[in-house]
Write a protein that binds this ligand. Structure first.
Ligand SMILES: *Cc1c(COP(=O)(O)O)cnc(C)c1O
Length: 430
């Protein structure tokens, strides 16, 4: 048999993959309309009609069957707005998952609180309710959970713990736009739900974010926090007047979504469900095809009623492949497929190289209080060695594409000795 592509062999596949992002029908017209509207931001003067930002907020709130949505400049901004809306600040602790994008720790540090990473569930890769409970102290001011990759976290278990202790739960849905749990969309279970619309996410405007909530009080706080302490005027302004009022009930920062991004998001939201359904169909094909290569797919919590795929994720179960580690396996599979969309999962917060608070001077508690290297995260650390992820753009392909992915994993499995440096096993047995 030929060598692995990463060692100079022939690739399993040379066809192109679907591109990401994909502009929705009407996206260009929407951008054009903003261009000539005379208002590129909500802080620009009123032009006689509702801002795109307000229209997107209404549509995104309706999509979730909730009364309030406050758009933000990024997922990071949405997390900081949500934390501060809940009153989190200096001296507080916030429980977060030990394995997630770095923003979940840096946003907690960003509001001068202390991130407390806890371990995850081995099957769902999402934060473990029992680990959350063990980490609660009198200083715990919020719990941030993440619906990671393609799973919805155990919301029943997490809400039970949060409610019993009277601690607000924030659902980070940056990887789960459109997923449902007990037939309700994620983001509607916690005090607030936060979203990212950054380039890689399943709903995107390049950069962007949003906070959703059922609480009028939290929504009003979030509005002030994201627009320099301003909110929309309750009455229609005159043409050319500012629509944002300086109430300053609560000091904020400028974390506003631009009108271009909002207009684009309205168009992209219209195709989200259809794209999510396509990804889910392809993921099911991949799940059944990939077992032969020694890979075990991530599962979602039992209450999940609609699963969405930001990344397809799976554990490397084969011991020899596992010994090579997910970084090497991902690089080998990526080379077979001619894509950068196959990667190792996040590092645990005990070793995350991006999380380096000591390199900055902004934190009131000092970098030592923010050192996560001694946290107890055995499952996160195991996942960081053995979990492999595939970006959702590949799941927008067809059935043949899923077979190609499975074949690439099978080839890497058959050639695992090339990654471990061990001799090939004898294959003359059969
Ligand atoms: C992408 C992401 C964020 C950060 O969003 P940005 O828009 O990049 O700031 C936060 N949390 C999770 C889980 C993410 O995947």
């Amino acid at each position: 048999m030929s060598l692995l592509a990463i060692n100079g062999g022939e690739r399993v596949r040379t066809r192109e993959w679907p591109k990401w992002p994909q502009p929705a029908p009407g996206a260009l017209d929407a951008l054009q309309e903003v261009l000539s509207s005379g208002r590129w931001s909500i802080s620009g003067p009123y032009q006689g009609k509702s801002s795109f930002e307000r229209r997107f907020a209404q549509e995104f709130a309706d999509y979730h069957d909730l009364p309030y949505c406050v758009p933000t400049a990024s997922g990071t901004a949405s997390l900081m707005v949500a934390l501060e809306a809940c009153g989190v600040g200096v001296g507080d602790e916030v429980i977060i998952p030990g394995l997630t994008w770095v923003a979940n720790a840096s946003t907690v540090a960003g509001v001068n609180a202390v991130p407390v990473p806890v371990d995850i569930d081995r099957d769902t890769l999402c934060i473990d309710p029992a680990a959350v409970e063990r980490a609660i102290t009198p200083r715990t001011a919020a719990i941030v959970i993440v619906h990671l990759y393609s799973a919805v976290a155990d919301l029943d278990g997490l809400l039970e713990v949060a409610q019993r202790h009277g601690i607000p739960l924030i659902e980070d849905c940056a990887q789960a736009h459109g997923a449902t749990y007990r037939d309700r969309r994620v983001g509607t279970f916690g005090a607030l739900g936060t979203f990212s619309m950054q380039h890689s996410k399943v709903l995107t405007s390049g950069e962007g974010g949003a906070v959703i909530t059922a609480s009028a009080d939290l929504a009003r706080r979030a509005e002030h926090l994201r627009a320099d302490g301003r909110t929309y005027s309750p009455t229609e302004p005159l043409l050319g007047e500012m629509e944002l009022l300086q109430t300053a009930e609560l000091m904020g920062n400028n974390r506003c979504l631009s009108e271009f991004q909002a207009a684009l998001l309205i168009a992209q939201l219209a195709i989200l469900d259809e794209q999510n359904a396509r990804r889910a169909r392809n993921a099911a094909l991949l799940d059944s095809a990939i077992g032969a290569a020694g890979i075990r797919p991530q599962v979602t919590s039992p209450g999940t009623t609609r699963r969405t795929y930001y990344e397809w994720a799976g554990w490397i179960d084969d011991p020899e492949l596992a010994e090579a580690g997910c970084e090497k396996v991902a690089a080998a599979v990526a080379a077979e497929l001619g894509t950068g969309a196959v990667t190792a999962c996040y590092p645990a917060f005990t070793t995350n190289p991006l999380y380096r608070p000591g390199t900055r001077k902004r934190y009131a508690l000092g970098p030592d209080a923010l050192d996560l290297s001694q946290s107890e995260l055995p499952v996160c650390e195991d996942a960081a060695r053995r979990v492999i992820t595939i970006h959702h753009s590949l799941l927008l392909g067809d059935e043949q594409d899923m077979h190609d992915i499975a074949r690439a994993f099978e080839k890497v499995h058959a050639h695992r000795h090339e990654l471990t440096g061990r001799d090939a096993l004898p294959t003359s047995m059969g």
